[in-house]
Design a protein. Structure first.
Ligand SMILES: Cc1ncc(COP(=O)(O)O)c(C=O)c1O
Length: 457
């Protein structure tokens, strides 16, 4: 986040304090009236605005951010945390969080037909249409996390005893979604390069059908998996799904919001994305998009009538439990969306950074990239058993020596103590930070007499 955004953010926090003080001073309030505190905050806001205009006050901001509990890790450090990178909020999202913090704040102007995705002020209905268009699907809903998207689909399509085809690297939430519906997972094996191919999916469908006498109810495959972030052949799998007439759920937890995703081109019946993982949105948020063919099934409306009262809630969608993200979570997602849309067009640059760092890591003798290489994603799994872990074995801090060295250099986000196989993400880091990171890894290696073949590649 740039410093102006931080400053604005800080002023907003101070304004919230002022608002609370004013609220407490209203007639009938039992709260104390703190005029000194009030004046202090006003002076503070004035000074923040002055700083903003003058472009100064950087160290002070960090300090204030700390006391307010703002997590400013990405501002102060080079953060390589593997799963948070693309979920970090934009400044616009942070402001929306404050402005819409009250629980049902999106419902102020909810009018007939009384459903979240129909609200036009703020423009939630438009956002739903934009989301569907962004994924080249017909209809979209926001959901509390990708997992709730899986759940909506399995609970609509999978009957007790049905089988569901998943990857051998499927996320655990896919297992739970299938189990919740009473289904059974059937995993597709990886090939020698740790990839799920279309042929492997077809073979598994044949096996399962022969075994159970019935076609699987659903195919659910992650475009990039969470363990290695390898790319799986989702377009080929989409074709196989069509051939067997089995609905196909594309898990875009690691793609929707960072790279272009075209549901129709892939041949997906359902696209699921994670807001807090890849769409610069707060948790829990996500998206479930589908085609006209499936919309009435997965977004079916209630048919229930109260037996005593005869009440009906006709427009409410059963799988969505009526409405989903009702306040600041959704508004922050909407606030980040223009940035998110734009950044998907810069995916190639993210890949260059990812590959550059891996190349530099490979120059450190004894290091390996466990993910497919060259990288097709910013998330990677690396193995430093033959490099940093050799040092760890002799070092008095054991595996923590590596984290100590990284922290000293302002690099955070690795799992402390993990010097063998570990994951990192370069997503969103500037080239300046990438270069610094590469140099730091090589410097640490050389400090401990690990050979570095600089500029080998
Ligand atoms: C591949 C994959 N799918 C799904 C999920 C679940 O996403 P969410 O937290 O949005 O429910 C994750 C989360 O880590 C994931 O890595």
């Amino acid at each position: 986040m740039d410093i102006r955004a931080q400053k604005t953010f800080e002023a907003l926090f101070a304004l919230e304090d002022v608002r609370e003080m004013l609220r407490q001073s209203l007639p009938g309030s039992t709260g104390p009236t703190d005029m000194d505190g009030f004046n202090e905050q006003i002076r503070h806001i004035r000074s923040v605005i002055d700083d903003l205009e003058a472009g100064t006050g950087v160290p002070e901001i960090t300090k204030i951010g700390g006391t307010l509990g703002i997590r400013s890790r990405e501002e102060e450090y080079v953060n390589i945390q593997p799963i948070q990178a693309a979920g970090r909020l934009t400044p616009e999202a942070r402001k929306a969080l404050i402005a819409y913090g009250d629980g049902y704040s999106t419902c102020d102007s909810c009018r007939k037909p009384f459903r979240l995705d129909k609200i036009s002020k703020p423009p939630i209905a438009d956002f739903h249409q934009e989301l569907a268009a962004f994924l080249n699907m017909d209809t979209a809903r926001v959901v509390p996390g990708a997992r709730r998207g899986f759940q909506a689909v399995t609970s609509s399509l999978v009957k007790p005893g049905d089988t569901v085809i998943v990857s051998s690297l499927a996320h655990y939430t896919e297992f739970l979604a299938v189990e919740g519906a009473g289904g059974v997972v059937k995993e597709v094996p990886l090939n020698e390069n740790n990839i799920i191919t279309a042929d492997a999916v077809a073979d598994r469908i044949e096996d399962v059908t022969a075994e159970t006498g019935k076609l699987p109810a659903l195919i659910m495959i992650d475009h990039f998996d969470y363990q290695l972030a390898n790319e799986h052949d989702v377009s080929g799998i989409g074709k196989v799904a069509r051939q067997y007439d089995i609905p196909f759920l594309y898990n875009g937890a690691y793609t929707v919001g960072v790279m272009p995703v075209d549901g129709k081109k892939i041949g997906a019946d359902f696209i699921v994305g994670s807001g807090h993982k890849s769409m610069a949105s707060p948790a829990p948020s996500g998206v479930l998009a589908t085609t006209d063919e499936w919309a009435d099934v997965v977004f079916r409306t209630t048919q229930m009538t109260g037996d005593l009262t005869n009440r009906k809630f006709g427009v409410k969608e059963v799988e969505m439990l009526g409405c989903t993200l009702m306040g600041s979570t959704l508004m922050a997602m909407i606030a980040s969306f223009p940035t998110v849309k734009e950044r998907t067009q810069k995916w190639d640059e993210e890949l260059k950074k990812s590959n550059f760092l891996m190349d530099k890591l490979l120059e450190i003798e004894g290091s390996a990239v466990l993910s497919e290489y060259p990288r097709k994603h910013a998330l990677s799994k690396v193995d430093t058993t033959g490099s940093f872990d050799v040092v760890a074995e002799k070092h008095k801090r054991r595996g923590f020596f590596f984290s100590d060295e990284l922290t000293k250099r302002g690099i955070v986000g690795e799992f402390a103590g993990a010097t063998r196989a570990w994951k990192l993400s370069t997503y969103g880091l500037s080239w300046e930070k990438i270069n610094y990171l590469a140099d730091s890894l090589q410097d640490i290696a050389e400090k401990y007499e690990i050979k570095v073949n600089r500029d080998k590649l």
